[in-house]
Design a protein. Structure first.
Length: 210
């Protein structure tokens, strides 16, 4: 179980913590879509600033789609591109959602996610249509990188949410699955816990909040 002494606020990451994801699924889908040019597209995506720009909401999703499709040299529709791009998203687990709803009764709960408009549209639709749940049911405030125009692990995003949420670092716990995101938050005095496959929300909170 997790130590919540002196904690009033809990900030959750999304992917790898609440929502199951697998980046390799998108790469495999890209192979089906772009064939021999997959590595060209993938390397451009990983090495250029285009993904950062998308996650910060600096470029329009259509511009993002167009640039990657152009780089592939293939005739690919936006619909087919999105199908491959969204393959990373697996699903929510109802147990996790119920735990967070119960935590929200006693604590201020927040979400802080690096994401983009394309993925946001899909997983928000899943949440509402498949689980009859909204972000407001789960969180006092849900923050997404593409609307904050900042992304983890940049210190500015943590400074921004502390101000926007009126949060004191010493009263705030941040749960994420990436060490670099936790390390950045800790620099500001935010308490942190790393989520893993074997130690996730259910293991942390299930005994008291499920």
């Amino acid at each position: 179980m997790i130590d919540l002494k002196n904690i009033k606020n809990i900030i959750f990451d999304l992917g790898g913590v609440i929502l199951d994801i697998d980046e390799n699924r998108t790469k495999q889908a890209f192979i089906q879509l772009f064939a021999e040019n997959t590595e060209i597209v993938w390397n451009y995506f990983r090495d250029s600033q285009i993904n950062i720009a998308l996650e910060k909401g600096i470029i329009d999703p259509d511009d993002f789609r167009s640039q990657l499709i152009k780089k592939s040299g293939k005739n690919v529709s936006f619909q087919d591109f999105d199908r491959a791009w969204n393959a990373i998203l697996i699903d929510f687990k109802n147990e996790r959602l119920e735990i967070i709803k119960n935590i929200k009764i006693q604590y201020n709960t927040f979400l802080l996610s690096n994401t983009n408009q394309i993925h946001y549209n899909i997983f928000t639709s899943w949440l509402e249509n498949n689980y009859n749940t909204t972000w407001n049911d789960l969180f006092t405030i849900a923050w997404f990188s593409h609307t904050l125009h900042e992304k983890k692990p940049d210190l500015e995003i943590y400074k921004k949410v502390l101000v926007l949420g009126h949060l004191k670092p010493e009263e705030t716990l941040f749960i994420d699955d990436l060490e670099e995101n936790l390390a950045a938050a800790a620099k500001l005095g935010i308490k942190t816990v790393k989520a893993t496959k074997d130690y996730g929300i259910i293991e942390m909170f299930g005994g008291d909040f499920l």
